[in-house]
Design a binder for this molecule. Structure first.
Ligand SMILES: Nc1ncnc2c1ncn2[C@@H]1O[C@H](COP(=O)(O)OP(=O)(O)O)[C@@H](O)[C@H]1O
Ligand SMILES: [Mg+2]
Length: 323
């Protein structure tokens, strides 16, 4: 394993209108370590998380994941851009002909005029699409899946469709883009698909063992307790074998015995080389589990260091008492 940090955040800034939620924050996440992100309410933790995972676009600063700027990772490829341009160009043409017919009938002398009007409408539509795209890029990214494909995964709550599936099915279905889903592969590379399937089953059993979910494997996710569901969410993340896992309050509202189990699972994964960044409000939990702590307050980084050191940091303690 390399010593290079898995993630480097440099002078990160996020403004929402007049509010600066994240105000020039820099820190690194070390590879194979658990970093805890702490701070009182409104410190900017969730916003930082959303910036790292690509759900928000920074108003300043950079984030490098495995050495590459995440903005670069999420940028649409030129192929995608030409598809977009091509689609817009054809919409201009089709609109031109359509408008020509509707407005002027089939008379050839005026059809050309109609095409011009139609083309104008088409160009308007094209520009409108562009403006829409720019506006949505201003706040949100539509492409955080690109980061997930590169190995940065954050937990998501189990959606409604998934609550009707069993624990086992939830885990089996977690990995996207399995070879078996591809029809060409299924026909041409039947052996490879079978091998893939076997590995998937094996990996599922490992995750079930690690999280001690065996007694619940055939239970529908909708019947799980809140804590058990958090365990399953973690399991779905582990199925993707990510390099970096982002967890937002993984033990919020979870009972103590399940909390221990979730923490054990996270430390086992860390020992296998996975990197974690965890936002957690429970001080005891985050101090016990983290190798390093980044403490924020009012959008700024207040302190960074080993848990023992941060626990004694006067400024950090005061911000918590005040917040
Ligand atoms: N989408 C948003 N629009 C406007 N203000 C926001 C938005 N998200 C967060 N904020 C503001 O940014 C600040 C930091 O919020 P947040 O990142 O949620 O803090 P934390 O997770 O540490 O409690 C707060 O003042 C909050 O009100
Ligand atoms: Mg928050």
């Amino acid at each position: 394993m390399s010593d290079a940090p898995i993630l480097e955040v440099e002078n990160l800034q996020k403004k929402f209108g007049g509010i600066t939620a994240v105000d020039g924050v820099s820190f690194t996440l070390e590879t194979g370590k658990i970093t805890g992100l702490i701070g009182p309410n409104g410190a900017g933790k969730t916003t930082t998380f959303n910036l790292i995972s690509g759900f928000y676009k920074p108003t300043g600063g950079t984030i490098r994941f495995n050495g590459t700027d995440t903005q670069e990772i999420m940028r649409p490829s030129s192929a995608e851009r030409s598809i977009w341009t091509g689609a817009s160009a054809s919409s201009i043409g089709i609109l031109g002909i359509g408008a020509g017919r509707v407005l002027f009938g089939a008379s050839p002398s005026v059809l050309a005029g109609g095409a011009v009007v139609g083309a104008g409408a088409g160009i308007g539509l094209y520009l409108g699409q562009g403006a829409y795209r720019n506006r949505s890029e201003g706040t949100k990214h539509s492409r955080p899946f690109q980061l997930a494909q590169q190995g940065m995964i954050r937990t998501f709550q189990i959606t409604r469709e998934l609550t009707e599936m069993t624990v086992l099915e939830n885990l089996l279905l977690a990995p996207q883009g399995q070879m078996g889903e591809n029809i060409v592969n299924a026909v041409v590379r039947r052996d490879a698909v079978a091998e893939d399937e076997r590995q998937l089953r094996e990996q599922t059993e490992e995750v079930i063992d690690l999280l001690e979910l065996n007694h619940l494997r055939d239970e529908e996710a909708g019947n799980l307790s809140g804590g058990q569901r958090k365990l399953l969410e973690l399991g779905r993340v582990l199925m993707l074998e990510p390099d970096l896992v982002l967890l937002d309050e993984p033990v919020a509202g979870v009972n103590p015995s399940l909390t221990d189990r979730i923490m054990d699972a996270i430390t086992s994964m860390r020992d296998e080389g996975y990197s974690f960044c965890i936002v957690e409000h429970e001080m005891d939990v985050i101090m016990e589990i983290s190798d390093r702590i980044v403490a924020m307050a009012e959008g700024k980084k207040m302190a960074e260091g080993p848990p023992e050191e941060i626990q004694e940091n006067q400024q950090v303690l005061e911000s918590y008492l005040g917040g």
